[in-house]
Design a protein around this ligand. Structure first.
Ligand SMILES: [Zn+2]
Length: 214
């Protein structure tokens, strides 16, 4: 086996988060062999008919699940609209669905993100905020880290007067294994700027997030 991790050399790096440790990208064959090993580990026979194509499908699915490693969130937010006709109230995009995988068990956690900010130097396209959530969700994550990363990049690019992020999700690693608490949800928040300094702003954000929709 050729070790894939732990080196400072960067050769064929696939993304901004991976380039620190990736020696070289595994081949398709190596990825499929690893899936066959896990099928054996689970107790099944990788050569039976129903599983023969599974390693190929899993390798393909991983490209989709983890495509966020190859995407740069700053690039997505590269267009800031500075003319907002004096608009300075809160911009809130709520109920952004996401699908992620916990970094401890590599099983899904699924939920919604809500992003609110008070513009100062400009705004970004609303769909860009949803794409930012997707970039971070499609990596191995903890919900806490993901929430902070979303706040960080928006803060860096937009320098808003305040930013509030609420992420709520169900973690399959809690629902399916261990304590098996089905239906429990986890909420994480990040408040920056006026949201951090003024609890009334946090209440306003939360009220808008939870108010009846369209
Ligand atoms: Zn987990």
């Amino acid at each position: 086996m050729i070790p894939v991790v732990k080196s400072l050399s960067v050769e064929g790096a696939i993304g901004p988060s991976a380039d620190k440790f990736l020696v070289r990208k595994p081949t398709q064959e190596e990825a499929e062999a690893a899936v066959r090993t896990l099928l054996l580990w689970a107790g099944d026979d990788p050569s039976r008919e129903g599983l023969t194509d599974t390693p190929r499908r899993v390798a393909k699915a991983y490209k989709e699940f983890y495509k966020g490693y190859a995407e740069d969130p700053h690039h997505i937010l590269d267009r800031v609209f500075e003319e907002v006709e004096g608009y300075s109230d809160m911009v809130l995009v709520r109920d952004i669905p996401f699908y992620s995988h916990c970094e401890h068990h590599m099983v899904p956690f699924v939920g919604k993100a809500h992003i609110g900010y008070y513009p100062s130097k400009g705004v970004v396209g609303l769909s860009k905020l949803a794409r930012i959530v997707d970039v971070y969700a499609r990596r191995l994550q903890t919900q806490e880290t993901m929430t902070a990363q979303i706040a960080d990049v928006i803060e860096e690019v937009l320098e808003p007067r305040g930013i509030a992020i609420l992420v709520e999700a169900e973690h399959m690693c809690m629902s399916m294994r261990g304590v098996q608490k089905q239906g429990s949800s986890t909420m994480t928040t990040q408040y920056r700027g006026v949201f951090r300094n003024d609890p009334a702003e946090q209440v306003r954000f939360f009220t808008m997030v939870k108010s009846p929709g369209l």
